[in-house]
Design a binder for this molecule. Structure first.
Ligand code: NDP
Length: 338
């Protein structure tokens, strides 16, 4: 059973491929009699920015650290190879928490969701039908409280979460602008996801000017994915009674010291509501979300771009690549058959 192992905690700076190693171990492919466990064959493994936080041994995080010497834990799509649990049977397809290895023995399978709808790509359960999409849905609709015609700005807009926030905002008849880190991504935002305007934040010398150019009347909803300088200039451009759903701050995850915001006083003068949220609080909404999005996918009213790394040996580079913007769309790894 080939596995991807975290060598040791990475306390500061960008993670490197040498922080991971590959091991091969033995695994029984059937469950012990009377056990409530399942054995999974992993098919797709998701690479997500929050996994960086689990690579440190910090106490301030909302998720427990990984254990050095053990396989990376993450969400994925898998097939049940054997089951002692009454809710799962051999051959079932599931998505949920698994590990970066070919086969996984899951002793508490209650957190796995059974996949009933298989007319869409299975990999979608790491993205548009999985955790990142629920994040976009909860953050935009529940925290953002959007109204028709509002001005919406999304950072890291071409990623797993951002591409959906933009499309949800268009479905709500908002005016949507996104920022991303390359021309290719900016084109994708406008041509594929229907953003009204987009800019490459790496090429703008003055982010405030870029925002004023694209959103001259200001921003009602800023869907925050990056933090740092972007948040600071967005604060200057918020409209009265605007909302900032704080989803993530990826520009800060590898810094030894967090950057401070200088323009927080705008929250008071513009009466802006800035609210952090965690997708884990919204999992009870998943069935409602799935019922909303499946018809949109089937009717081609919503689209999803994925970035595939082939084979477990390429998974560490794919995860690290999230922090330099290497991925275009949702990053995931595909297990080779066999
Ligand atoms: P993405 O697929 O968007 O991948 C990360 C992207 O972030 C990169 O492609 C890159 O795009 C951008 N990025 C990387 N470093 C920087 C930087 N220093 N400054 C600006 N942009 C940067 O990831 P997700 O869509 O999965 O996640 C987006 C955000 O949502 C993250 O902050 C994540 O932590 C957060 N999140 C929060 C959840 C919650 O429950 N609150 C749940 C899931 C995700 P580019 O080329 O455009 O720079």
């Amino acid at each position: 059973n080939k596995q991807v192992i975290l060598r040791d905690y990475v306390m500061g700076g960008f993670p490197k491929e040498s922080d991971f190693e590959f091991k091969t171990s033995k695994i029984r492919l059937n469950v012990a009699q009377g056990s409530k466990s399942v054995v999974l064959k992993n098919l797709y493994l998701s690479c997500d920015p929050y996994m960086r936080n689990r690579m440190t041994n910090s106490t301030g995080s909302y998720v427990a650290p990984f254990t050095p010497g053990s396989p990376i834990i993450g969400r994925g799509v898998a097939k049940v190879i054997d089951s002692g649990h009454p809710n799962y049977k051999k051959g079932d397809l599931v998505w949920g928490m698994t590990r970066w290895e070919e086969y996984s023995l899951i002793t508490e399978p209650e957190t796995l969701y059974k996949i009933e709808d298989t007319d869409v790509p299975l990999s979608y359960y790491t993205g548009i039908l999985g955790m990142p999409s629920l994040t976009a849905y909860a953050g935009f609709y529940e925290v953002g409280s959007p109204k028709e015609g509002e001005y919406v700005f999304v950072s890291a807009a071409s990623g797993a979460v951002g591409q959906l926030v933009g499309q949800f905002a268009k479905l709500k008849n908002c005016y949507v602008v996104g920022s991303a880190g390359s021309k290719e991504k900016v084109d994708l935002l406008k041509d594929k996801f229907g953003f009204d305007e987009a800019f490459n934040y790496k090429e703008e010398h003055d982010l405030d000017k870029a925002l004023k150019r694209c959103l001259p009347d200001g921003i009602d909803i800023y869907f925050e994915n990056v933090g740092g300088k972007m948040l600071d200039v967005v604060l200057l451009n918020m409209r009265l009674h605007g909302r900032i759903p704080v989803c993530g701050m990826i520009s800060q995850y590898n810094l030894e010291e967090q950057e401070g915001a200088h323009n927080l006083f705008c929250l008071i003068t513009k009466r802006v509501r800035m609210e952090g949220f965690l997708v884990s609080d919204y999992f009870p909404m998943y069935p409602k979300y799935r019922n909303m999005v499946l018809p949109l996918i089937r009717e081609g009213k919503i689209t999803y771009v994925e970035d595939i790394a082939e084979g477990l040996e390429n998974a560490p580079a794919a995860l690290i690549g999230l922090f330099s913007g290497r991925n275009i769309g949702k990053q995931r790894e595909r297990e080779r058959a066999g």
